[in-house]
Design a protein around this ligand. Structure first.
Ligand code: PLP
Length: 339
């Protein structure tokens, strides 16, 4: 029996099946197989990760232990990189117990994170290197010593990773390439001391500027958001929040999605042909742009809202409905939420 978009309870997260397929194919053509390690933090959805695997990517990046556990449970655990530091002994023990069914590599950037991983009995680490983003990552000139300590404790050191998140939104391509090259220089200097097969870096905003790493870690490209759309990348806006207009005046309309169903750290969401005035907890107030010729939306009508930041938007929702036109083709659990 068919299900229809207009029957969904709102706010609902929807993905356009054709835009998603376009995005997955475009990335698989640019970065085939193991040269892309899709980051599941951007969609938190094992059915979508399964599609990425069908497009040739069998290795994945995760941000939380929960994501690793869920990927292993979904039989997508050939090669899971937890690209984040973890100190929680309980969660590390759970990851350790999964090593028979999944290959799990943990990022470390300090003696403390090495200790935590080693105590839990985890076997594989990657040295997380600071390539310019003031977040996690050890200084490049200290990476080799940490790798030596890890090997001395019997661990396998897979290689290095370095995430240049501060460069994703640089708009000038030549400037971006030069800055990415500087970041990669730092990563390669660390790799010379660390060794290992893996040199992992990058994201949706820089995937096509990397030619000296073994793999890129791209997340947002699959679903996309309006921030990344502003860069003119070859990926389509596949994700929207489907909403109902619940109130209207002769000057504005209000739909039933707000801060609690949209990641807002990259700014207001967008609605085609409309100007978004502001968002509050459960509401977006909007009105037609002057040149759109649109009338004010009527109470009961439906509105598609494009989020400015995909990752936190997805994390607010339990389900992702796959749609084509007016038809709901499938409903996927967003099953990797939590920590
Ligand atoms: C460690 C790491 N790698 C890669 C990415 C790339 O993600 P995206 O492709 O969404 O920019 C992120 C995003 O925050 C990240 O934290």
């Amino acid at each position: 029996m068919s299900a229809w978009l207009h029957d969904l309870q709102t706010p609902a997260l929807i993905v356009d099946a054709d835009a998603l397929e376009h995005n997955l194919s475009a990335m698989a053509a640019a970065k085939p197989g193991a040269t892309n390690r899709p980051h599941v933090k951007a969609h938190k959805c094992t059915p979508l990760a399964g599609l990425q695997a069908m497009h040739g990517h069998r290795s994945f990046t995760c941000a939380t232990p929960r994501e690793v556990m869920g990927m292993a449970a979904a039989a997508l655990g050939d090669d899971l990189l937890l690209a984040n530091e973890v100190l929680d002994p309980h969660r590390l023990m759970i990851l350790s117990s999964l090593q028979e069914q999944a290959q799990i590599t943990l990022a470390i950037d300090s003696n403390e994170t090495l200790d935590a991983v080693a105590h839990a009995g985890l076997q594989r680490v990657i040295i997380d290197v600071n390539v310019g983003l003031p977040r996690c990552g050890i200084a490049p000139d200290k990476a080799g010593a940490l790798a030596d300590k890890a090997r001395a404790r019997g661990l396998t050191v897979a290689g290095v990773m370095g995430y240049e998140g501060h460069l994703m939104m640089v708009t000038d391509r030549a400037e971006k390439k030069a800055k990415v090259d500087e970041a990669v220089d730092l990563l390669l200097a660390a790799h010379a001391d660390v060794g290992g097969d893996v040199i992992s870096s990058g994201g949706t905003g820089t995937y096509d500027l990397h030619d000296r790493v073994t793999e890129v870690q791209t997340g947002s490209y699959a679903l996309m958001d309006t921030s990344y759309a502003s860069l003119g990348l070859p990926f389509r806006q596949a994700l929207h929040v489907w909403t109902t207009v619940i109130s209207a005046t002769d000057q504005w309309a209000v739909c039933d999605a707000g801060l609690k169903s949209l990641g807002m750290d990259h700014g207001n969401p967008s609605i085609d042909g409309q100007f978004v005035w502001f968002c509050s907890d459960e509401h977006i107030t909007f009105s037609p742009t002057r040149d759109s010729g649109n009338a004010i939306a009527t109470v009961g009508s439906k509105v598609k809202v494009a989020p400015a930041h995909v990752d936190p938007t997805v994390a607010y929702h339990e389900w992702l409905h796959v749609v084509r036109g007016d038809e709901v083709l499938d409903t996927w659990a967003i099953d990797l939420r939590g920590w």
